[in-house]
Design a protein around this ligand. Structure first.
Ligand code: NAG
Ligand code: NAG
Ligand code: NAG
Length: 411
């Protein structure tokens, strides 16, 4: 496949999932939240009040400022429903993927969602919300209507967002952190750890549905999505917000959806692969709350991984620009093999995952061939696709119990 076709694929995937829910109003009806008693939307009351305290957990809304001025929202669930005495609880930081926010972890009931399972298992749980998502849209001097607000890619999540949340959790708890990432939350962790960032504050890492190498990323939508090019995207949206619920993106999607062979009715599957184990009411709730905005530049940078088949910093597309930013005509590569070999890591991936293709995960695992044998555990789940890892009704039994076991082994 030609490189620019590949580049366009990821953009196509990213945008096409958005058609799933063209309705612009998030949270007008509350699904299971209303069952639990909250009638106002998460936008009004925040994630703690809409999704956590209603289940009987303590929850604290937190603001964290990045070195480049973004003000990020976090939630802290300090303990389970039955507090575990005076025991010191280990902190866990939970990092979501691209085009969603921290609420995505909390859509299933307490017995099925990872943050609450961790809290009930005695951990002190911190949920991150990446810049640009609905509760992390503030900056010390910029406004989301300004293009400069959106001048970042996942390099900046590595350089600023992760350090800000790690530093904050570390400063509040005085303890090293166990990390869980899903999707883009795995890429930014791998990139950070490979540069030696956060590793002194890190105890262990669980990487679910890892996004790293993307050479084989493929879905039923590929052929049609390939008609959109990065160049086109950048002129359409420029250095701008990529708002899945906004008019320009939605018009763009409508055009893509008129292509023969594109099934815009089952886009969650088309995008993520065929998820085995989602509850229809959870999917409903997901579509009411997600997708969330990201920057166009972030999607372009992801597309560059597909095109260039390396995990590198943002490519400015011109040798002179790269030279100016990096002192080299090529962007520097993140060398995954440099991740400390004694870092306890758990990687879980699915056989049906269209975004995290099995062959790409193999390439990632190749980079860990010198990792200490007893510090790396890998789980393959034949029937799982991308969303099963965050919303699967059986994810507790299959995946989360392993995550809990990993974290409990760390002292
Ligand atoms: C975007 O950020 C880069 C540095 O990452 C900077 O060189 C460039 O001037 C910025 N562009 C705008 C329009 O702010
Ligand atoms: C699906 O979700 C609904 C509403 O929360 C719940 O009543 C039902 O038991 C769930 N099904 C499974 C299999 O978890
Ligand atoms: C990446 O790091 C490993 C060792 O940590 C080294 O052997 C390898 O040559 C490096 N790769 C590149 C492309 O720099």
């Amino acid at each position: 496949m030609a490189p620019n076709l590949r580049v366009s694929l990821v953009i196509g995937f990213c945008v096409l999932v958005l058609v799933v829910q063209p309705s612009p109003a998030y949270g007008s009806s509350r699904g299971s939240f209303s069952l639990a008693g909250a009638s106002r939307s998460p936008e009004e009351i925040g994630i703690c009040a809409s999704s956590v305290t209603v289940w009987g957990y303590k929850c604290q809304e937190i603001e964290v400022r990045t070195k480049d001025g973004y003000i990020l929202n976090m939630q802290r669930i300090p303990e389970g429903r039955v507090p575990s005495g005076g025991k010191k609880r280990q902190p866990v930081l939970v990092q979501h993927g691209v085009l969603v926010d921290g609420m995505t972890w909390l859509l299933n009931p307490p017995e099925q969602n990872l943050p609450m399972i961790l809290a009930d298992q005695g951990f002190d749980v911190w949920i991150a919300n990446t810049r640009g998502t609905r509760f992390s849209r503030r900056h010390v001097s910029l406004d989301p209507i300004q293009p400069e607000f959106w001048n970042w890619s996942w390099d900046e999540l590595v350089a600023y967002d992760l350090p800000a949340v790690f530093d904050y959790v570390y400063s509040q708890t005085g303890q090293k952190i166990n990390y869980v990432g899903h999707s883009l939350g795995t890429l930014i962790a791998l990139a950070s750890f490979s540069e030696g960032l956060q590793v002194e504050k890190l105890k262990s890492a669980a990487l679910l549905s890892p996004i790293a190498y993307l050479s084989y990323m493929n879905t039923a939508l590929a052929v049609v999505a390939a008609k959109a090019f990065v160049g086109e995207i950048t002129t359409l949206f420029g250095l701008a917000e990529f708002n899945p619920r906004g008019k320009p993106v939605s018009n763009f999607l409508k055009t893509l959806c008129t292509n023969p062979g594109v099934d815009c009715y089952d886009l969650l599957s088309s995008l993520t692969g065929k998820n085995c184990c989602l509850n229809a009411s959870t999917v409903d709730l997901f579509l009411k709350n997600e997708p969330q905005s990201t920057s166009t530049k972030n999607l372009v940078h992801l597309a560059q991984i597909i095109r260039d088949r390396v995990i590198a910093k943002y490519n400015y597309g011109r040798p002179d620009y790269n030279l100016m930013h990096y002192g080299n005509i090529w962007p520097p590569v993140y060398n995954i093999s440099n991740i400390p070999h004694d870092l306890p890591i758990f990687i879980s991936y699915g056989g049906k995952d269209a975004l995290s293709d099995v062959r790409d995960v193999q390439e990632l695992l190749d980079r860990f061939k010198y990792h200490d044998g007893d510090k790396l555990s890998v789980q393959y789940i034949k029937d799982y696709a991308h969303a099963d890892f965050i919303m699967g009704v059986n994810a507790k039994d299959i995946v989360y119990n392993q995550v809990v076991a990993l974290f409990k082994r760390q002292h």
